[in-house]
Design a protein. Structure first.
Lengths: 191, 358
């Protein structure tokens, strides 16, 4: 009986350790009523940068475009074309575009979806001997007919995690942290 | 009559001798004429360009070609108000080509020039045939003095001029076969025609975008692809009152296709371009860049690639195998990027509906 009791305690402890070690996944919303088969072509608007790292927005946007292209799920509009169209709304932050403007952009670029994003965190900090890079993205796709959000994902990557903190290692470069964060977000949209 | 010819011959020779004398004897002057157009200087000091160009001139003379004296060429450029450096338009090339009877223009840039106890240098060069403005040869090379160090540091180069000299010898090793006499034009490589839209630059290093654009051109030519002379692309943008880096709109893409016959456009951005540091805070060089390949006919993005590298990534025990030179690290990064962008197998893959959420 004692042995069984100790075994149950050990099992519970192991379960807690495994749970602590598991990374938190992205927070995702997918509109189940929207038919994604309708989306052939998307435009990616340069992500807003809410961090102190200059250029973070553009850098993450490009990694996102490369990753989304590699999935071969949609055609993606060349960023030069997106810049040309957005210049017409140059006084407006992309997060403040109205439904009419989103529809107009969609028609001009001949896209069915527009992807917006924010880089909300990009930090480098020292943890012991390791450099820890953390990236957080908030990304959403709106469909161009109604301006409704049909997909969104919030994802964080980087940090050392429980096991890294316990046993050392696990540090990622900034580029790796960006790539992992983007990949984690894209995987919630693409099968 | 023969007496008259003998008197006049030295006079006519003197009049034509604004070229640097070639190694061949006077009665067999080389028939290929090359002019070195002022190099773009991405590295800083004017001494960088002067040193490099003088070494290149000496090397070309050994290849038994006539090199137009730089002072004489400067006079021609001044007269035609040509202020170009590192690139040239079709019209400007035709003007100076006609006036000086030039077969090839050598253009290029000095990309890296870091003096110190262990110097570092890098440059890109290309040869453009004046007749048809084809880029017939292009190379980029870079090294640090440390790259030549063997066991116990033996062979390490500590003098910049020696380093530049070695790089010039390496780079121009195959130039003799390329420099053919005028009229015997080598066959152009078949296949798609590429244009490079200058890379954008978000790194602290000035001109990193232009440096990487030069590396991309050298890599494309090395792969045997046809590339439009960047000066002609620049001229097209200038006519549209646009200076674009890292991206291009459909209208310009269409003009590149219609007026220059371009099939594919390569562009991108450089995020990090950092040389190695020495001393207490020793570090390896770092490069982060990305690129896209576009179909000029449809405007479609065919491929995209992002990469970030540190000179220590390939380092093994005893710090062996790593990169000392920013130029060589950048060159490797560009080669990997171009291999991915030019993976033609992936171009034909249309987007798949199966991958989209249901």
């Amino acid at each position: 009986m004692q042995a069984v009791k100790y075994f149950r305690i050990l099992l519970a402890a192991a379960a807690v350790l495994v749970a602590l070690g598991c990374a938190r996944g992205p927070t995702v919303f997918i509109n189940d009523e929207y038919n994604f088969q309708y989306v052939e072509r998307v435009a990616v608007v340069p992500f807003d940068n809410l961090t102190s790292d200059q250029g973070a927005g553009n850098r993450v946007t490009r990694v996102f475009i490369a990753d989304l292209l590699a999935e071969k799920a949609f055609d993606i509009v060349e960023p030069g074309e997106v810049s040309r169209v957005l210049e017409k709304f140059s006084t407006v932050r992309t997060s403040q575009l109205t439904q009419e403007q989103i529809t107009a952009i969609g028609q001009d670029l001949k896209v069915q979806g527009i992807i917006f994003g924010n880089v909300t965190e990009m930090t480098s900090s020292r943890s012991g001997s390791a450099m820890v890079n953390t990236v957080t993205l908030v990304i959403r796709m709106v469909e161009t007919e109604t301006g409704a959000t049909v997909w969104s994902a919030t994802n964080t990557s980087g940090g050392r995690g429980f096991w890294g903190a316990l046993f050392g290692g696990g540090d990622k470069s900034e580029s790796e942290a960006i790539r992992d964060c983007v990949k984690g977000a894209v995987k919630t949209l693409i099968k | 009559m023969i007496f008259m010819v003998l008197i006049l011959a030295p006079v006519s020779t003197a009049a034509a001798s604004d070229t640097t004398p070639a190694a061949a004897p006077p009665d067999s002057l080389p028939s290929t004429v090359v002019a070195i157009v002022p190099f773009a200087n991405h590295a800083g000091p004017q001494a960088a360009t002067d040193s490099l160009v003088s070494l290149i001139q000496q090397r070309l003379v050994r290849a038994a070609v006539r090199v137009i004296d730089p002072a004489a060429l400067r006079e021609t450029l001044r007269r035609h108000r040509i202020r170009t450096a590192g690139a040239i338009s079709r019209e400007d090339a035709a003007r100076i080509g006609q006036e000086r009877q030039i077969d090839y223009l050598l253009l290029g840039s000095i990309d890296i020039y870091i003096e110190g106890s262990v110097p570092e240098a890098g440059f890109s060069v290309r040869l453009v045939r004046v007749d048809d403005m084809q880029v017939v040869w292009a190379r980029s090379d870079a090294a640090s003095g440390e790259d030549f160090a063997g066991l116990l540091g033996i062979g390490r180069i500590t003098v910049m001029r020696v380093l530049l000299s070695k790089l010039v010898e390496q780079t121009f090793a195959g130039i003799d076969a390329v420099l053919q006499p005028a009229g015997s034009a080598s066959a152009l490589p078949a296949g798609l025609i590429y244009a490079i839209v200058p890379f954008d630059d978000s790194s602290p290093q000035a001109k990193a975008g232009d440096i990487v654009s030069g590396l991309v051109l050298s890599e494309l030519v090395r792969e045997g692809r046809r590339v439009v002379e960047p000066g002609m692309v620049r001229e097209l943008f200038r006519r549209n009152n646009l200076i674009t880096h890292g991206e291009i709109d459909l209208s310009l893409l269409t003009q590149l296709r219609d007026s220059l016959g371009v099939d594919r456009v390569i562009t991108g951005c450089v995020d990090r371009f950092q040389p190695a540091t020495t001393g207490a805070e020793w570090s390896r060089p770092e490069v982060a860049l990305g690129g896209r390949c576009l179909d000029a006919g449809t405007g479609r993005i065919l491929s995209a690639f992002e990469d970030a590298r540190n000179g220590g990534d390939s380092e093994s025990i005893l710090r062996l195998g790593g990169y000392h030179s920013l130029g060589r690290l950048a060159w490797t990064a560009v080669q990997v990027m171009m291999k991915n962008l030019n993976d033609e197998k992936s171009w034909s893959d249309a987007p798949s509906r199966d991958k989209r959420p249901r």
